[in-house]
Ligand binder design. Sequence first.
Ligand code: PEP
Ligand code: CO
Length: 453
Amino acid sequence: MEVAPHGAGWTRSGWRALPAAQLPQWPDPRAAGDVVKQLYELPPLVFTGEARRLTRALASVADRRAFLLQAGDCAESFDEFSAENIVDKLRVILQMAVVLTYGSGVRVLKVGRIAGQFAKPRSAATERVGELELPVFRGHIVNDDVPVPAARVPDPSRMLMAYHQSSATLNLLRAYTKGGFADLTNVHAWNQEFVASSAEGRRYEAIAEEIDRALRFMRACGVDLSTDSPIHQVDFFTSHEALLLDYEEALTRKDPDTGEWYDCSAHMLWIGERTHQLDGAHVEFMRGVRNPIAVKIGPGAEPAEVLELCEALNPARESGRLTLTTRIGVNEVRRRLPPLVEAVERAGHPVVWACDPMHGNTFVSESGRKTRHFDDVLGEIQAFFEVHRSLGSWPGGVHIELTGDDVTECLGGIEDILEEQLPLRYTTACDPRLNARQSIDLAFRLAELLRGD
Ligand code: PEP
Ligand code: CO
């Protein structure tokens, strides 16, 4: 079979001729066009070489030599934009990565859902708030969540605000991950604090002690763990859902060395469960950019459709290019995942298999709040591992929604958050997130799973 060259017949704006799900209707399309023009002139947020490096790193995940930890907010918020918020999230992700590295015994790639995760796909175009039927909130890059009609009108100037917030966030992430904060000894000390801070945490004392011993061993072998050594720096990549194509198009730039196009709004981008129609605008746009990309695969996906997505998005079968992020729900994974894995593996597509245990396990609590139970999140990951292990494929990673704050949005976990506690600190702009302690708890459970305990 002849393989079409990557991106054949593709242009940056070619998606505009196709049906596009989930995009806002800008009230004044000329004003939106003007913002897109301004964004075209602004500097890229990431460098193409970094995206290529992430593709190579993801190829090592596909090749069973690394594990992917993708995590961050469901939706970043213009209202909660602060250094503290960013750093707290980074700290949790770094803590999880250290625990997972130990558990998996392989390198852990750290990819944040951060510095651009603003646009949200929604299941309905309107929502009811009290007596009012309002246009739905689509993320701060489009409109505001305040429940009054004026706030819900899509405002294209928000794309510029999202760009600048992403730029400042990325700047801080680069400083913190290269400047000493991510020092392995530091991160391990935070984990020790977590373990010591509660009776439940002490369950993980044995693992924490083993990691401690490994660090002492490294020091004894002469590995320099001081802040001047390269070991105190980490690679941290950014990602978000490539939903708002006006924004993504405007940040797509040609690499001067290779002549290829990269979406320089983030290192990695994904297509959501609601926008992966094969003849739709999102698949068309994403097939032409050379970043590593992911597609969310839900419980309704059939093997033939998933194979077509692989062909459309990775016709050259380049390892590291495509991640399939399954988000099936704890009760369906054992039945739904195997046929997908078998079809893709049989066809020889070198994908990274990642598990998003959040989106298939969302339900509305009795008090009317969207939530998820920690046990379902862990349960979907366990089932994901079981399926891959029984088929001989590599359970390559996890995709988690979390925050560094002490929120009460998901039930259960180390402090056993109960239904009646949900209103205490329920602050998400969209889906319920694991709080810091639930996230670290999950990482320790995952470490046990990776070690086969
Ligand atoms: C998300 O990742 O926040 C999301 C909406 O996911 P999905 O497309 O899988 O529903
Ligand atoms: Co979400």
